[in-house]
Design a protein around this ligand. Sequence first.
Ligand SMILES: C[S@@+](CC[C@H](N)C(=O)[O-])C[C@H]1O[C@@H](n2cnc3c(N)ncnc32)[C@H](O)[C@@H]1O
Length: 246
Amino acid sequence: MQIAEVLERQRHVEGMLMEVSAAVWCILLEAQHASWQWSGDHARDYLEIGTFKGKAASILASFTAEYGNRLAIVDPEVRPETRSLLDSITSTVSYMEMRSEFLAQGDFLRANLRNLAWAHIDGMHSFAAVVSDVSLCEQMLGDYGIICIDDFHTDLYPQIPAAVYKYLYTTPTDLCVFLVGFNKAYLCRNVAFRYFSEFVGKNIHWSLKELGHLVSLVKTGRHSQFDAHAIAPFQGEHTFGAYVGQ
Ligand SMILES: C[S@@+](CC[C@H](N)C(=O)[O-])C[C@H]1O[C@@H](n2cnc3c(N)ncnc32)[C@H](O)[C@@H]1O
C-alpha cells in the first residue's frame, strides 16, 4: 500500500480528520489486512456513517482500490463533489442517502451481518444516534473488524463517550475498546482484542514516528472491563505508564 499517497490525497479534502488519525487509520487498516491472511478470512468491506466531503472516506476508498473490497457511505446528503472524489479513487463505492438510524430497516444490514472490516461512526452526534450506530455496526462487524468512533473525547460532544460507555456496560455486547486517541476510539470484537492490542502495544508509536508523528503510547491501568491503550501527543517518552504492551 502506498501510504504516503493515501495521506497526501486526504490532505487536500476539507474536513476535521486529524493528520495523525489519518496515519493511525492506515497503520490499522494494514494490520487488519494481515489478519485476513493468517485467520483464513476474506476481504471484508468498509462503511462510513457521515461523510461530509469525503476526507476520511478517501482513505477507505484508497484501501478498497488496493484490496478489492467495497465501501458503503451513509449520509442524508451526499455532496456531488464527495461522490466524484470517491468514484475517482475506486469504482466500488455505494451511496445510501439516508439517516443511519434507518439502516436497521433496510437490506444493507441483512446483507452485511458480520461482514464489515471497518465502520467509521461520524454522523449524527446525539446520544441516541450514537447508541443506535454502535449497535448497528456491531451486528455488521466481522471477526477482525474495527469500529472507529469520531469525536470521542472532545469538549464539544460529551454525549459521545457517554453513549459508547452506556452501550458497552449495559448491553450483552461483544465489543471492547482497544485504542483511544486524538479524538477517536477504536473498538473490536473480543476475539480480535488480543491481536489488535498486541499490535498497538508493539508497533503503533514506531509506525507513527516513521510517518512523521511523534506520540506517546500510554497505558496506565488494566481492568477486565477496560483494557485499552491510548496514544497522546508526545509526553517526553515514547511510552507512558506501567502497562504499555500488556
Ligand atoms: C462531521 S461530518 C463527517 C466528516 C467526515 N467523516 C470527514 O471525514 O470529513 C458529519 C456528517 O454526518 C452527516 N449526518 C448527519 N446526520 C446523520 C445521520 N443521521 N446519519 C448519517 N449521517 C448523518 C452530515 O450530513 C455530515 O456529512
